[in-house]
Design a binder for this molecule. Structure first.
Ligand code: AMP
Ligand code: MG
Length: 350
């Protein structure tokens, strides 16, 4: 082939790939933090390309996985859990400190020191079993987020976490929400403000901006009864949409289903009358929404409604054991139930 033809072909490739970058989105699927992560990013006028940002996002997710994991024996939090004390990257300390604050805010419905109890049920190891009551009572003696402490050493960019004897910390209830916050910050920094992106971290969704045509993103909310189906669709523009459900991780024994969201009061799977809780909030508050989805699942419908009335900045979709759906008034116009689910009850602030 002549040099001229090769040059012409190269130019054509360059033009075609250039066109792609200007008009089309880039998508990436990664497995990190024990979940499948799907990112769809549209190009912006004056920023890094979606392809570049996807590569950076994958690197970031790898770092976050390490900094927040409890299952990886090499992770800093694993050392803290083994020794009761340890120096961790400042990020691990910041997430732990914020998580402890969220435990307090939810009156202990969220308790990130439940890990020994989760381990006894085998939820992280897949060695599922129903621990006897005495075993749970003994383990619960060590569960109390108020006794965990985080101290910061900003000059070294590290933190120290200390836990009393027998206590272990697990940031699983907030890690994906935090990861969403960090991915959003990466996109803002590298691509500018005019973002159109959908970040899906295993069902924890962050919608940035709307779709490029100006419509909101359409985020499907899973039906906890039939997880292949949709409960409904939420129109989301700049929002975090975070769901906790008993269907996400569970095992069955003698016809009873045991799921991974535990009630810190009993050490048993939370049976509060709710099957799933979706929290919708600002995309900058993904970690808070993640903490709330877990905590409100533990609280149940009435306490969750009370908590929502006492606080601002988030809306809810709650599915009860009988299939009834309750939404808060801020979602009245943006959430539509799929057919066959009847009408949602709308909670008002009064
Ligand atoms: P999520 O999917 O966000 O609801 O988080 C569930 C994960 O958080 C579980 O897999 C456990 O690792 C952990 N967990 C379960 N129950 C609680 C709880 N009550 N408080 C804090 N973490 C919990
Ligand atoms: Mg959560």
């Amino acid at each position: 082939m002549s040099k001229r033809i090769i040059a012409a072909l190269c130019l054509l490739c360059l033009l075609l790939s250039g066109c792609g970058k200007e008009t089309g989105p880039a998508s990436g699927t990664f497995f990190a933090m024990n979940t499948v992560i799907n990112l769809t990013i549209y190009p912006t006028k004056n920023g890094a390309t979606p392809e570049e940002v996807l590569t950076e996002a994958e690197t970031l997710l790898g770092t976050l996985e390490k900094n927040l994991s409890v299952t990886d024996p090499e992770a800093p939090l694993s050392a803290v859990n083994r020794d009761g004390w340890g120096t961790v990257p400042i990020e691990t300390g910041e997430v732990a400190a914020e998580a402890l604050r969220l435990c307090d805010w939810t009156g202990g419905a969220l308790d990130v020191t439940l890990y020994p109890v989760s381990l006894a049920w085998g939820f992280t190891t897949e060695n599922h079993r129903v621990p006897p009551r005495e075993e749970l009572d003994a383990l619960l003696e060590h569960v109390d987020y108020r006794r965990a402490a985080v101290a910061f050493l900003p000059e070294e960019q590290t933190a120290e976490i200390s836990l009393p004897d027998g206590m272990e910390m697990d940031l699983g209830a907030v890690a994906k929400g935090y990861a969403g916050n960090r991915l959003r910050a990466l996109l803002l920094e590298r691509m500018g403000e005019d973002l159109h992106a959908l970040l899906d971290l295993g069902g924890n969704v962050v919608a940035l901006g709307g779709r490029p045509d100006g419509d909101p993103w359409r985020v499907g909310i899973r039906d906890p009864e039939n997880t292949d189906g949709l409960l409904g669709v939420l129109g989301a523009y700049d929002a975090a949409v975070i769901t906790s459900g008993g269907y996400e991780r569970y095992f069955e024994e003698n016809g009873v289903r045991y799921w991974h969201i535990l009630d810190p009061a009993t050490g048993e799977p939370a049976r509060s009358g709710l099957k799933s809780v979706t929290v919708v909030g600002s995309p900058a508050d993904g970690m808070t929404c993640d903490a709330l989805s877990t905590a409100l699942f533990v609280m149940g419908l009435e306490k969750a409604a009370e908590f929502w009335r006492d606080n601002t900045g988030f809306e809810l979709i709650l599915v009860s054991d009988d299939g009834g759906v309750t939404i808060t008034e801020g979602l009245r116009d943006s959430f539509s139930l799929s057919s066959g689910h009847g009408e949602a009850t709308v909670l008002e602030r009064q």
